[in-house]
Design a binder for this molecule. Structure first.
Ligand SMILES: Nc1nc2c(ncn2[C@@H]2O[C@H](COP(=O)(O)OP(=O)(O)O)[C@@H](O)[C@H]2O)c(=O)[nH]1
Ligand SMILES: [Mg+2]
Length: 297
């Protein structure tokens, strides 16, 4: 029997903010690779999640939502999303059953229609709607667009997620190994730590602090006396009022951010962590090219 060829490919996960792209990536990877947030547009940077076996390597690319740019940061996000399409061998286009198909989805569908790249449509969050609402949505999309498949899924409960992986594999071609065995993401440890902190800030402060925060890891150092990693991170905000919210009454909020982020960071670095968090105001950093550069955008 002829030896099976090694398969590989880049699979871009695209969709408007909040449809569950990062949750899908994390489920497929069985590990927290990208942060998840109930607020839209928390992923600013493409994040790759890599699955490697003896037979294949799939590189999933989690992309920020495609939307109308109105800020320099927004512009950069759209540019990055488009650029991730150009390198993709396959697209996972994500919509959510809960909101139905809206204007933003249609814009995305047009973008997909105009590419040559094979695409699979995922209708996520089916756990949150009745089946009777789902069927007309699927029917409409299967009549008007050409997808390899339309799969209703729940990235929260895992419904149909094994089918997603099978379908992706089915549509991969023979190819090289892009990353060494064992590497699960293209992002380094500092990025993953800063994202973990950002996730906790977004989650814990809810509506009060919009996406105008950035986290910079200023120091990571192994302690000499004990097997503990000292990590100092700074949370940048745009206004004094946001700084006050993040610090909280007598420091209660920043303390909670630290205590929820620390266990996840310890899992990432594989040892105990001493986490020192600071908050600084950097006025209008999202519009300031030098600040964007410093914060790694
Ligand atoms: N009910 C439900 N919620 C989901 C599902 N997948 C994701 N979510 C939630 O949707 C929100 C946005 O998810 P996220 O992965 O950050 O979306 P992204 O912006 O597309 O990356 C989060 O609050 C998730 O917990 C799902 O299958 N069912
Ligand atoms: Mg995301």
């Amino acid at each position: 029997m002829p030896k099976e060829e090694f398969k590989s490919g880049f699979v871009a996960i695209i969709g408007k903010p909040n449809v569950g792209k990062s949750t899908i990536l994390n489920f497929l990877l069985k590990e927290k690779i990208a942060i998840v947030s109930p607020k839209p547009e928390t992923t600013r940077d493409n994040v790759q999640g890599i699955i490697t076996t003896e037979k294949f390597q799939i590189v999933f690319v989690d992309t920020p939502g495609i939307h109308q740019p109105h800020l320099p940061l927004g512009k950069q996000i759209v540019k990055k999303a488009r650029s991730s399409l150009s390198g993709a061998d396959l697209l996972l286009v994500v919509m959510e059953a809960t909101s139905g198909i809206c204007e933003e989805d249609k814009r995305l569908l047009d973008l997909v229609r105009n590419t040559e790249i094979k695409s699979i449509l995922l209708i996520n969050k089916v756990d949150a709607v009745k089946k009777s609402r789902l069927l007309p949505i699927i029917e409409d999309l299967s009549v008007n667009y050409t997808f390899l498949d339309i799969i209703p899924i729940s990235a929260l409960s895992g419904d149909n997620m094994d089918i997603v992986k099978d379908k992706v594999l089915e549509n991969l071609s023979a190819g090289e190994k892009y990353y060494p065995d064992g590497q699960v993401t293209d992002k380094d440890i500092k990025f993953r730590i800063s994202e973990t902190i950002r996730e906790k800030v977004l989650f814990l402060t809810r509506q009060e602090v919009p996406h105008s925060i950035a986290v910079l890891i200023e120091e990571m150092a192994q302690r000499q006396d004990k097997d503990i990693m000292n990590i100092r991170a700074c949370i940048y905000v745009e206004r004094d009022s946001q700084k006050a919210i993040i610090i909280g009454k007598k420091g209660s909020m920043i303390k909670e951010i630290g205590s929820t982020a620390r266990p996840e960071i310890e899992a990432l670095v594989g040892k105990k962590v001493f986490l020192a968090l600071w908050v600084k105001v950097l006025k209008n950093w999202r519009k300031d090219p030098r600040a964007l550069d410093m914060l790694g955008f």
